[in-house]
Ligand binder design. Structure first.
Ligand SMILES: Cc1cc2nc3c(=O)[nH]c(=O)nc-3n(C[C@H](O)[C@H](O)[C@H](O)COP(=O)(O)OP(=O)(O)OC[C@H]3O[C@@H](n4cnc5c(N)ncnc54)[C@H](O)[C@@H]3O)c2cc1C
Length: 317
């Protein structure tokens, strides 16, 4: 495998397939593409996707237990043996040029190919309150698994109480002196996880509250939370705030190009075909109902097999 640095591709280097995104969907798509000997470009901002945000994975077949970073490394190891072109970039636009597709990255690099698979997954949803943008990386985090060790011995807040929120509270409780879980609705994580985290002495519940503001000087120093029905405002002195309020699909760059549903997910059929022939999609970025690693990986495999059939039928390979 070789990696592209800068330098625009030209017509001589048109790929059979461009895969956008290197989470489980994109990396599995890549293995299938390499085995079909397709000339493939894999463009991804980061490697591993959401797998790298979680610690305990107990439902990926073949492993009774594996950490997210370990599973991600194993996926990456598997693609490394194949001669694919890999670029660490963010695709900001995709367009049709005659019979092929053009992916343009935010650094201006161009990748032309006969077919495309979009496997760009999801990213964390933002709260949209004052202070959130200013203190991003200065106390505001969207990945408790990654950042919890930075807040050893100090109080933190976790916003959200679904599986991600309560999992974040569990991680934070290993390091922080107090973990304030702020959520407008009752906890709705899996019952076993909920019971376990409710028993942790450092975890404090603020159910019915929403975050109004994040304050600090250079770094986060406190947050203001409000219970609207009780007209009650509380100041929490915390050094870190983990925002875990769900995910949103990374599909902004293909809005208006392929058809999306009301949640911004790419609409696909059971062959992973999008509304544009030659453009396929897989994983969490699509409207496939369940979002799991094993499902994303399977969908990635399906997408490549469909892309391969499309290329054969259009006499492009
Ligand atoms: C906290 C947490 C815990 C989880 N635990 C489990 C679990 O235990 N078991 C399980 O099965 N599932 C779990 N999941 C869900 C699972 O991680 C996802 O379903 C899966 O990762 C989706 O894979 P994907 O390849 O579709 O997308 P992602 O994993 O989101 O990967 C998308 C990739 O695309 C890249 N990308 C995004 N936009 C662009 C762009 N414009 N240009 C280039 N690259 C781009 C990203 O950098 C990323 O590498 C968990 C998720 C979270 C958040």
């Amino acid at each position: 495998m070789h990696e592209i640095s800068n330098g625009k591709t030209d017509c001589n280097s048109i790929f059979d397939l461009t895969i956008i995104g290197a989470g489980p969907a994109g990396m599995t798509a890549c293995v299938y593409a390499a085995r079909k000997k397709l000339k493939t470009a894999l463009i991804s901002e980061l490697i591993g996707g959401q797998m790298t945000w979680t610690w305990d994975i107990e439902n990926y077949m073949g492993y009774q237990f594996i950490t997210g970073p370990e599973l991600s490394a194993k996926f990456e190891q598997q693609i490394t043996q194949f001669p694919i072109t890999r670029a660490f970039e963010k695709v900001s636009r995709i367009e049709r040029i005659d019979k092929h597709f053009r992916c343009i990255t935010d650094t201006g690099n161009i990748y032309d190919s006969r077919a495309v698979i979009i496997a760009t997954g999801k990213q964390s949803r933002e709260l949209g309150v004052p202070g959130e943008k200013e203190f991003r990386g200065k106390g505001v985090s969207y990945c408790a698994i990654c950042d919890a060790p930075l807040y050893r011995g100090v109080p933190v807040a976790v916003i959200g109480c679904g599986n991600s929120g309560i999992e974040a509270a569990e991680s934070a409780a290993k390091y922080s002196s107090e973990v304030h879980v702020v959520c407008p609705v009752p906890w709705h994580a899996d019952p076993i996880l909920t019971e376990k985290v409710k028993q942790l002495p450092s975890v404090k519940e603020h159910t019915g509250f929403m975050v109004e503001q994040i304050n600090g000087d250079q770094y986060v120093e406190n947050i203001v939370i409000k219970n609207n029905s009780q007209d009650k405002e509380v100041n929490l002195d915390v050094k870190g705030i983990f925002i875990e309020i769900g995910l949103t699909p990374n599909t902004g760059f293909c809005k208006g190009f392929v058809e999306l549903n009301n949640w911004g997910e790419i609409i696909i059929n059971n062959r992973n075909e999008t509304s544009i022939p030659g453009v396929f999609a897989a994983g969490d970025a699509t409207d496939v109902p369940e979002k799991q690693i094993i499902i994303a990986a399977g969908e990635g495999a399906k997408a490549t097999l469909s892309a391969y059939r499309y290329l054969l039928n259009s006499n492009d390979i």
